[in-house]
Structures are given as C-alpha cells and as structure tokens.
Design a protein around this ligand. Structure first.
Ligand SMILES: [Zn+2]
Length: 291
C-alpha cells in the first residue's frame, strides 16, 4: 500500500514538472517573437531588408499577447488586419505631381503629400488639386537645407509654421502633419521634438524607404514590395516614403497594381492617426557646422 502511495506521489511530481516546463517554453517563445519584432522595427528604419519571415506568417495569426498591449498597438493590429498601407510623397508639388494624382485616381488610392513652402507658392493649383481629390496635405518645411532647418529649435519651428501658413492661404486647410527633411533621425533631438509637439505639430517618419530618388526605372517598386512583405509579416502597417519625381510617377501604377492584387487598402494620414516616429536610440545629436 505504501509503495502504491509513493508511486502515485512520484507520478504526480513528474506530471506537474512536465506541465510547468511546457508552460515556460510557450511563454518564452512568445517573448522571443516579440523581441524579434521589436528589433525589426528598429532595423527597418536604418537598414531595410532584415529577415523576419518567421514572424507571424499570416495577418490573421497575430499573437493574442499583442492584442492586450497598449492602445497604440491595438490600433496597429487593426490597421494590419485591414491591410492598410500609407503612401507618402515628399518634396512636392512638382511637375510630376499631376501624373501621380492621375495614377492614384485611376486606382482609387489615397496618399499623403508633405510639401515645401516655395513649391506650394509656385504651383498653388496643384496643391488645391491634391486637397480636392481627397489626399492628405502635410508640411515639409521651407529650405530643405540641413544647416538651415536644423540650426535651432526655432528655425525648425519657423519653417513648419511658414509652410503651414502657405498651405492655409492656398487651400484654407490648417494642417499639423509634418515630416522633417531627411527624416527625424539624427538631427531632431528631444528638445526639437518638444518644441514642434507643443506647437501642435504631428511628426511622421516612415518604415518603408523606396529609395526612389536613387533607383532608376521601376527598381524602386521591387524595393518597396520587399519591405512591405517583411513589415506585414512582422505585424506592422507600412508607411512608404516616395517623392514627387517623374520616374516615381512613371512606375507608380506597377506598385498600385501589386497593392490592389494583394488586397491592400491605401489610407491617407489623418490628424487623429497615431504618428509614427523614428526613435533616437541615443543616435540623435544637434547638427554641428562641421557635418
Ligand atoms: Zn525631402
């Protein structure tokens, strides 16, 4: 009888130990996935093309743990499950913008344009067309010159305020959406961010760099598609950086065909959309005159 009790006791211990180690393994796996996803987010800012193919192979398979995270991540999960993509165009308007608008219109796609003040003054009818066709209008400053824009907190603020006033005088729209020249890292230090933020501006960077300014023909389209696939596998909604350039306009229909064929929905950035910024991760520093 005692031997039987001892056997049952030992068997119970084995079962409890087996359950415990299985539980630890599951939780550990989930944490590992999250940390890979977080790392990917960082890498995608500076080095697109990192490996994430093992993470969340399908949209619908987002881990439950993500759904209980912050409101921001809930919002992102909703965007990902809707296959949301943000198309953004910088440095316009230019002579290429009308072609870009025609192609967007053809695919019933929506985009966001971050525009420069002198270009808006030069092509006000194009600025109006962008707004009338239902795209979001944002600000990219005045000079697009590193040394002038990032000189002081006040110079950055003044460039955005000047662009904001130009846009308002042309369209009647007061936009607070901004993208700083060359992106916020490394020269937009915390004090710059605070000044822009306290003046109501909403800063947007990107997580897909098309490199459309340096690639020829349709090469940028493959670059973008590769990054989109990695981001959606990682459960992140793509924000694509492009420019108002003739070559970009010429091959935009190839990209929009891909998005349409794969069930993506393009959305404009709203003032209420949670902004996406690059994180400094101690890389940010004030621009020195030697750089
Ligand atoms: Zn730019």
């Amino acid at each position: 009888m005692n031997k039987l009790k001892l056997f049952i006791f030992l068997a119970s211990l084995v079962i409890i130990y087996a359950c415990q180690s299985n539980f630890d393994h599951g939780e550990g796996g989930s944490k590992e996935k999250q940390s890979i996803a977080a790392d990917h987010k960082t890498e995608s800012e500076s080095a697109p093309g990192s490996k994430t193919s093992e993470i969340n192979p399908k949209y619908k398979d987002l881990p439950d743990s993500k759904k209980t995270e912050s409101e921001e991540s809930k919002t992102n999960n909703e965007l990902v499950s809707q296959k949301t993509v943000y198309l953004t165009f910088d440095d316009g308007p230019t002579s290429a913008t009308t072609d870009i608008l025609d192609t967007l219109n053809h695919f019933n796609a929506k985009a966001t344009f971050f525009m420069l003040e002198p270009s808006m003054r030069e092509l006000p009818e194009v600025v109006n067309k962008i707004a009338e066709e239902g795209h979001a209008v944002g600000l990219h400053g005045v000079t697009h010159n590193l040394y002038k824009f990032y000189k002081t907190e006040q110079s950055a603020l003044e460039e955005m305020t000047t662009a904001q006033q130009a846009l308002q005088s042309i369209t009647g729209i007061q936009s607070n959406l901004i993208r700083t020249p060359y992106g916020s890292v490394p020269y937009l230090t915390e004090s710059y961010r605070e000044v822009l933020d306290s003046n109501g501006f909403k800063l947007w960077d990107w997580n897909v760099d098309s490199s459309d300014w340096s690639l020829s023909n349709d090469e940028y389209v493959d670059t973008v598609i590769g990054q989109i696939e990695e981001l959606v596998n990682a459960g992140v909604a793509p924000i694509i950086l492009m420019h108002d350039r003739a070559n970009t306009a010429d091959h935009l229909s190839t990209l929009l065909t891909y998005l349409s064929d794969h069930g993506f929905q393009t959305k404009r950035i709203e003032e209420s959309t949670q902004p996406y910024n690059f994180n400094c991760y101690q890389r940010c520093h004030r621009l020195s005159s030697k750089e």
